[in-house]
Design a protein around this ligand. Sequence first.
Ligand code: GCV
Length: 654
Amino acid sequence: MSYTKCWLAYAPMGGCHRERLTLACMEAGDVLEAARDELRRGLEGLYGASVETAAGHGDITLEVDPALEGEGYRVTADSGRCAIAGGTPVGVLYGVFALLRAVQLQACPWEQVRLEEEKNPSSCLRMLNHWDNMDGSIERGYAGNSFFFREDAVLVDEKRLTDYARMLASVGINAIVINNVNVKNAATWLITPRYFPQLRQYTRILGRYGVKLYLSVNFAAPMELGGLPSADPCDAAVLRWWKEKAAEVWAELPLLGGFLVKADSEGRPGPFTYGRTQADGANMLAQAVEPYGGHIIWRCFVYNCQQDWRDVKTDRACAGYNAFMPLDGQFRENVTLQIKNGPMDFQVREPVSPLIGSLRHTHIIVEFQIAQEYTGQQRHVCYLMPWFREILDTDLKTRPDNGTVAALIRGKGNGMAAVANTGDDENWTGHDLAAANLYGFGRLSYDTSLSPQQIAWEWLRQTFGQNPPVEQTLHQILMRSWPVYEKYTAPLGVGWMVNPNHHYGPNVDGYEYSRWGCYHRASFDGLGIDRSPTGSDYCHQYAEPLASLYASAETCPEELLLFFHHLPYDYRLKSGKTILQHIYDTHFEGAEEAAAFYDAVLHLKPYLDEAVFARLEARFAHQKAHACEWRDVINTYFYRKTGIPDGRGRTIYP
Ligand code: GCV
């Protein structure tokens, strides 16, 4: 299947032609060769130049400088000369991508390119989690099927994998997990000889771009593969089985990074079955992989998914903290806990998980989701970097100096992961604009100080070339897209008003009477979940002053008001509007803004490639119509609950 080049298109820059450039690189090696190839490809595309290898000095010099941090780089360009240095070959590769990015942003002749940039990654682990199943489907995939698996086979499409690795390296992503965290059936066998030859190819192809392969594993593998009677992490036979397994796996896949584990969650097996703790489980695996430099990433998405909706005291939001906080400091050095950004599950808006700030002696990765499960499933535009920026800037007040999430994920063993949004669609991400989330996540994980505006601008320029109408219109749309999506789907921190299972489209009571623990508690008297001391008291998982801030409706940030409080429909917001009127207004506004997106995109027809325009036009038309559906379903629901009409007399269906 053919596919687009996304932001690595390197389209010619008008008026900047250059016949020839020379490139010098003293050292050899696979990654440096990839760096040279990329430079050649980029400069040939952008300037139409032939790039020749020079001995000694060239227009561009690449070198490894051990004085720099491993994955850090320094690029200096001036008057037609450019030096790119990296702490390791991977750092050099990142420097090459930094130069190519700058060239496109500056869009000037080679002699005029000026750059003085030295960067070190903000965090060590910058990872993608693919939820690809071995039959080729993707759990929460919105861009076609898997390009890793089909019919229980591991596919080795060298060209596509290489292009994917180039995309990842260009934004600083250094690790991927290719299989779903829900490890079942054939996927359990990924750590057996059945799949080693193909996986070895993966480690080679990805390794050339500094991307480490990780695998999700099944905690019950000793039973399913080894025939043991249990998977109890404190049973010596189980530890022995994993030790032998690790020896076998790393003998075959010496470049493997490690294992990702979803245990005791949504039906997956784990240590709770045997009365053991999450630390017992993680440490047992960590001990097994430790001799090979292996790493265990253990997810904190542990909660009771068999809840009774009648029980208003049990609060799913409390679960992760309750399970993991008492274990702080008990995990081995090669274990990292992976914590979702919020306490629930990637809703349009949630507070930042308190566990992120409270763990002090444990490595952590914050898990984001760029697969748009709850944010429009890559049919609606929803650029997530403004949301991720807010999360990274949130100060959880658990450190005397800087308790922001960005500060907490610095250092060894820490980082950021995202559930990936790619598939085998020709544009990789279904919605063309969803690629901005893949690009943006990588850029932000490498440099947590970047602004969403800057990232959007970089991505647009590299994807569409110098194209001012496209750049301006799509920049505005991207920057407005998350607030607009929030307006018509998730008022004041309430989430989950979606259809069960597939999670698309409005269904206000879809989860209200289910076992999943995610309710909005809309009733005759009001709406929202009481997580203050009169309710579940979840707010006291936060340090002061956040705990008190969230505990009172008066001080709680309004965008999270109904996440923390159950309030009457006529409760007045700071704007002077009642909650009910706010719901009506935001739903009308959101649908209007979605319609305006569509109109704006129509004007781009003369400036876009025909196929790209056709795809965008179809997606924005769908969003426009579907936003009206959201508006009407939600407004009607609350009108029926309250009997109070819209203060501005607009149509709400009875
Ligand atoms: C991979 C949510 C999603 C599931 C996902 C799970 C998880 O519940 O709907 O599809 O499973 O999160 O993160 O493990």
